[in-house]
Design a protein around this ligand. Structure first.
Ligand code: 5GP
Ligand code: MN
Length: 322
């Protein structure tokens, strides 16, 4: 049996017309891997369309795109749908999810507990980012890792490893980064493009969110929240909440950090962060969420106070704090 990357490469060689999609509220790896696959398909002369239900967040507008990014379902006649970086199929959003069952779909992902929802599944938790899987695919297809493709790959691997600081930073991803640099990528310039994208509005939102900080279990768990009202008042959106939780984790003595963000329907999207053997994926899974051992999330349809309480109970049990 050929390896999954060889099978995907074969599939791409013998097919045309692809729809490439990733999860709602896309992060750097979701966008990086989508754009990277687009560049690979473009280099091979394939027909494809790039879709995300949230569109392309403005913080990524420096990327050189291989094709326009659609926030309305495109590629209605696509022969294959590529779903990237989605631990579960509903994360693509309802629009695409509705038609997914009737189409051949390739599920390319690195999340723990991905249920292999595609007709074809390349799910490998040993990859720190789906963008790194795209780099292997480019190698397999003979597409050089240079220019905008290299920048898209770098975006995914840098953001999903916390700029090479999380436990998933392994020799393989450092070697990939080194190879991109050898092939001409300018790390200083690209990192500046990735990181220096903050608006004053976002700064103000972080200030009010940090002000909600609460410490539980004698300082071992840090929790903050963002409400719809806070976002409305500061003129911000869900994308501006990304990363807040990573900063909570920086508080000395914490083992886990939690942010709860109110969704348009009033439910609370939560994000969990930990380090080392402290597993927060199991906590997220208890609320039908998922993710990785040290970074996981999900949604709780409940009041803020009750959602917080339930999460604290589950976290306390998982970390042996109760
Ligand atoms: P974040 O907390 O930054 O949104 O996500 C952290 C990790 O958990 C990511 O790998 C993300 O894909 C995963 N994750 C976040 N929310 C959900 C969810 O509702 N369901 C699943 N299965 N995974 C999630
Ligand atoms: Mn990812």
């Amino acid at each position: 049996m050929p390896s999954p990357v060889k099978q995907i490469a074969d599939l791409i060689r013998r097919t045309d017309h692809f729809l490439v999609a990733s999860h709602a509220n896309p992060d750097g790896d979701a966008i990086g891997s989508t754009v990277a696959l687009g560049h690979i398909l473009a280099a091979l002369g394939k027909d494809f369309c790039l879709y995300n239900i949230s569109g392309l967040p403005s913080q990524f507008d420096w990327l050189t795109l291989p094709a326009p990014f659609h926030d309305c379902l495109c590629g209605a006649e696509a022969n294959w749908i590529f779903v990237l970086d989605c631990g579960s199929e509903h994360r693509v959003g309802p629009e695409l999810h509705q038609i997914m069952a009737s189409r051949p779909m390739a599920n390319v992902d690195h999340h723990l507990g991905n249920p292999n929802f595609g007709q074809f599944n390349w799910v490998d938790e040993s990859y720190p980012a789906v963008a790194a899987m795209m780099a292997d695919l480019a190698d397999e297809l003979g597409v050089p890792l240079t220019g905008p493709l290299a920048e898209a790959v770098y975006l995914g691997i840098a953001t999903d490893t916390g700029f090479f600081t999380f436990d998933n930073t392994d020799p393989r991803v450092m070697e990939l980064a080194a190879r991109l640099i050898r092939l001409g990528l300018k790390p200083g310039a690209v990192n500046a493009k990735i990181r220096n994208q903050w608006t004053v509005d976002r700064f103000r939102l972080w200030a009010v969110s940090f002000a909600t900080l609460e410490m539980f279990y004698g300082g071992r768990v840090a929790v903050a929240h963002v409400t719809r009202e806070m976002m409305a008042k500061t003129g911000t959106s869900a994308a501006d909440c990304e990363e807040i939780v990573n900063f909570l984790r920086r508080l000395r003595g914490t083992r886990a950090a939690v942010i709860l963000r109110e969704e348009p329907d009033g439910a609370f999207k939560f994000s969990l962060r930990s380090t080392g053997t402290d597993n927060v994926q199991t906590v997220a899974a208890r609320f039908d969420g998922g993710g990785h051992r040290n970074a996981a999330g999900g949604t709780i349809a409940d009041s803020l106070e009750s959602a917080k309480k339930r999460l604290m109970q589950a976290l306390g049990e998982a970390l042996g704090l109760v």
